[in-house]
Design a protein around this ligand. Structure first.
Ligand SMILES: Cc1ncc(C[n+]2csc(CCOP(=O)(O)OP(=O)(O)O)c2C)c(N)n1
Ligand SMILES: [Mg+2]
Length: 346
């Protein structure tokens, strides 16, 4: 196993970002943070349908990795990776409509939270079953390669999700087929209330790469530039026909599993320690120290984000709830038109 141990400064130099790209990275992390801050208030007011899953503290991983991709690449997030699909072209408006369960949501109000995907945008929807999306993304990556398209599949999985059979089966086959799969394993110290020490006998998930004969890297998941730079590098490696890669990011889940979980089991000192490594605060400091953003640019960006979040909420609130007959749409292929009155004959 090797480790990419790049410091932000060094990573930035190599990545050769333009000023716009530096600002984009901040925009994506911040818009997710602010959208979720607002959704939290709405959740507490009982206005959302279902619970709220947050990426708080993990925005850099999803945004940095997806930003390193090309349009032909495919992404499948897990619950802490909303930023990855926003980078791929989904909107905060869609997100609000999902949480409000409206007909205008990508799932037309039939499913909630981050379960958003659109194959035309190169996104595959997150589903709840941990690990189950890794073989799907491995398959998509292999299919692209088979068609002669230089693309990768980027999949995410939590530390808990790495204990599933799907994790093993997908990596084993992807390795044998040399499928261009980049798997980001998010080591955020907890899987629901289970600490990583109670679910695996290793400290670094990345060492599992050895068992598949593939490279494994360890990154600071709260450093957006480090993640961006590393994924850019491994993408090149994967599309050149070298096979899959595991990236383990060290990060921290800063809330409960979802908002119904008070996370009393997480030591306060640990949260305080990780608060100091907040990916957005750190990145703003970096941009300012390196004169990559002015105070007025920062203020304007914040205003733009606040407006976008406000408009997304308004749009969702004013959108209709789904009509009951929509329940049967998008369930079957177009060729099979079920008669809703005679569904038992299918
Ligand atoms: C196969 C499977 N087993 C159990 C669950 C129930 N479950 C949902 S999330 C979760 C913990 C996820 O932890 P982790 O993979 O570390 O991701 P994190 O929430 O920390 O991002 C569990 C056990 C599930 N959804 N799927
Ligand atoms: Mg976890």
């Amino acid at each position: 196993m090797s480790a990419i141990k790049s410091h932000s400064n060094e990573a930035a130099k190599e990545a050769e970002l333009t000023k716009k790209q530096y600002h984009d990275l901040l925009y994506y992390m911040w818009v997710v943070r602010k959208a979720e801050d607002r959704l939290l208030v709405l959740h507490r007011q009982g206005k959302l349908i279902g619970t709220l899953f947050r990426c708080l503290g993990q925005e850099a991983t999803a945004v940095g990795s997806a930003y390193a991709l090309e349009p032909q690449d495919v992404v499948c997030p897990m619950i802490r990776d909303l930023g990855s699909i926003i980078v791929k072209g989904h909107t905060i408006k869609e997100m609000f409509c999902q949480y409000f369960g409206r007909e205008t949501a990508p799932t037309k109000g039939r499913d909630g939270n981050h379960h958003i995907g659109d194959i035309k945008k190169g996104t595959i929807s997150c589903i709840s079953m941990m690990g189950a999306t890794i073989p799907v993304v491995a398959g998509a990556a292999f299919a692209k390669q088979h068609q002669g398209i230089k693309a990768v599949g980027l999949a995410f999985v939590g530390d808990g999700g790495t204990s599933t059979g799907d994790f093993h089966e997908a990596l084993n086959l992807a390795s044998v087929l040399k499928a261009p799969l980049i798997l980001i394993t998010e080591n955020n110290n907890w899987a629901y209330s289970t600490p990583t020490s109670s679910q695996m006998n290793i400290k670094d998930i990345a060492i599992r790469a050895q068992g598949y004969g593939i490279p494994g890297y360890i990154l600071d998941g709260n450093d957006v530039l480090e993640v961006y730079h590393a994924v850019k590098k491994v993408r090149k490696y994967a599309v050149e026909g070298n096979g899959p890669v595991i990236i383990e990011v060290k990060t921290m889940r800063m809330r409960g599993h979802a908002e119904h979980d008070d996370f009393k089991y997480v030591p306060k000192e640990l949260l305080e320690e990780w608060k100091k490594k907040d990916p957005i605060d750190r990145y703003i400091k970096y941009l300012k120290n390196n004169k990559l953003i002015t105070d007025s640019e920062l203020t304007n960006l914040e205003k733009k984000i606040d407006k976008e979040v406000e408009e997304a909420e308004k749009f969702a609130v004013n959108s209709p709830l789904p009509r009951p007959e929509l329940a049967l749409e998008d369930v079957y292929q177009d060729q099979i038109k079920p008669d809703p009155q005679r569904w038992w004959e299918i």
